[in-house]
Design a protein around this ligand. Sequence first.
Ligand SMILES: NC(=O)c1ccc[n+]([C@@H]2O[C@H](COP(=O)([O-])OP(=O)(O)OC[C@H]3O[C@@H](n4cnc5c(N)ncnc54)[C@H](OP(=O)(O)O)[C@@H]3O)[C@@H](O)[C@H]2O)c1
Length: 277
Amino acid sequence: MPTQTLPTGDELPQLGFGTYALDGEETTDAVRTALEAGYTHIDTAEGYENEAEVGDAIADVDREELFLTSKVLPKHLGYDSLIQSCEASLDRLGTDYLDLYLIHWPNPAVSLRESLDAMETLVDRGLVRNVGVSNFTAYQLDCAQHISDVPIAVNQIEFHPWFQRPDLVEFCQEAGVVVEAAAPLARAEVFEDDLLQDLAETYDRSIPQIVVNWALQHDIVALPKSSSPSHIRENLDVFDWELDAEDLAAIDERDREYPVYDTLTRDWSNDTYGIPR
Ligand SMILES: NC(=O)c1ccc[n+]([C@@H]2O[C@H](COP(=O)([O-])OP(=O)(O)OC[C@H]3O[C@@H](n4cnc5c(N)ncnc54)[C@H](OP(=O)(O)O)[C@@H]3O)[C@@H](O)[C@H]2O)c1
């Protein structure tokens, strides 16, 4: 599988298996299927409440062959809290280290400097190999890079044909930060797109394959999630063919600034964002 080289020299596989909203045994089954199919990169988070089940699925895998990402919730971004969250994730996952640990969402109520100091401690202790952020704007990412003593390797953001965020993607890539596409299939909503349906027919591929291939050709790491064994395998078959330049450009034109999860006004008071009064 093609990879992107991170500032530490570690190789990040271009395709990862997303695990959001997988629950219980469904998680273990889906991750096992993904590993058997050839995925080497798994994306989870403490907030997904499925790390123990991911841990069951990866137990028999050669750890060095796997790229494992988890994320810390924004309510746990204080120094001690972040370190405890990471230790708890490692315990649930049954592993000694994470290849990548992300701040899941920015939290303006907690000092970013404090969170990144905790990340540096985790790197120094060998618990985390690469540090990143998620759902950060260009401004927030720039601040993080300015104050962090460890490189910010990744920004995982919502990215799909209906929500392309060209300014943010360009900012990240020019800053040497790999963009990972969360919800790369727009949670199946983009399957309704007429152009994508036409391209799927032209290339004799599925719409998810067209969409993932388009993201990869933009040097964006894609993290499609599926609970279906056939979909899991299908989403991996995206490497030995390419969309033509004019078809890539045609998909670029489909942007409608339509987020499926990253709303511009969030309910900051709920438990996810960790900004209690
Ligand atoms: N950092 C963040 O805040 C954040 C936010 C969102 C997502 N993420 C990450 O990104 C991953 C992916 O995002 P997501 O799970 O929200 O949604 P997604 O991957 O965009 O879409 C998943 C949906 O697409 C369907 N699907 C997948 N492959 C298919 C195929 N080949 N044919 C037909 N349908 C298919 C799945 O149904 P089936 O299960 O039936 O196949 C599911 O309904 C997450 O799991 C998570 O790891 C991160």
